[in-house]
Write a new protein. Structure first.
Ligand code: SF4
Ligand code: SF4
Length: 108
C-alpha cells in the first residue's frame, strides 16, 4: 500500500533513538519530528541526514490502519510494547495531544 497523504503518524508516535538534525538526543515518542512539515511530509526525504529508522518504515495495513487515528494508536501501542520502561499511560496522551495540535500527516 502507499503512504496516506496527510497522515504522518509514524513521524509522531514512535521514538527514534538516533540523533537527527535539530534533535540531537533523538525523537521522543509522541512528539512530532522536527522535520515533519506542516503538510505532513518529510523535509529530510532523500537526504543522508534522514535516520535509517525512517527509511526502514514501510506503509503496511497493520501499521497504517484505516485512518490516521488508527495508525497513531497502533504505533503508540507498539512503542509501549517495545519500550517497557516507558509509562504506558503517558504515550497515548502525548499522541492525543499531538493529534489535536496537527491536522493530518504524511511521511514522505
Ligand atoms: S503511518 Fe506513516 S506510512 Fe502509514 S500512512 Fe501514516 S504516514 Fe504513511
Ligand atoms: S520520516 Fe522525516 S519527518 Fe518523519 S520521523 Fe523521519 S526524519 Fe522525521
Amino acid at each position: 500500500m502507499d503512504c496516506r497523504p496527510g497522515c504522518g503518524a509514524c513521524c509522531i508516535a514512535p521514538s527514534i533513538a538516533s540523533p537527527l538534525p535539530g534533535m540531537p538526543g533523538g525523537k521522543p515518542a509522541g512528539v512530532p519530528c522536527a522535520h515533519l512539515t506542516p503538510d505532513y511530509r518529510c523535509e529530510l526525504f532523500g537526504r543522508p541526514e534522514r535516520p535509517a529508522f525512517c527509511g526502514g518504515l514501510r506503509p503496511s495495513r497493520e501499521m497504517c490502519g484505516e485512518d490516521r487515528q488508527a495508525a497513531l494508536a497502533w504505533l503508540a501501542w507498539l512503542e509501549t510494547t517495545t519500550h517497557p520502561a516507558q509509562q504506558a499511560d503517558q504515550v497515548p496522551q502525548k499522541v492525543r495531544n499531538s493529534a489535536m495540535n496537527s491536522p493530518d500527516a504524511g511521511s514522505a
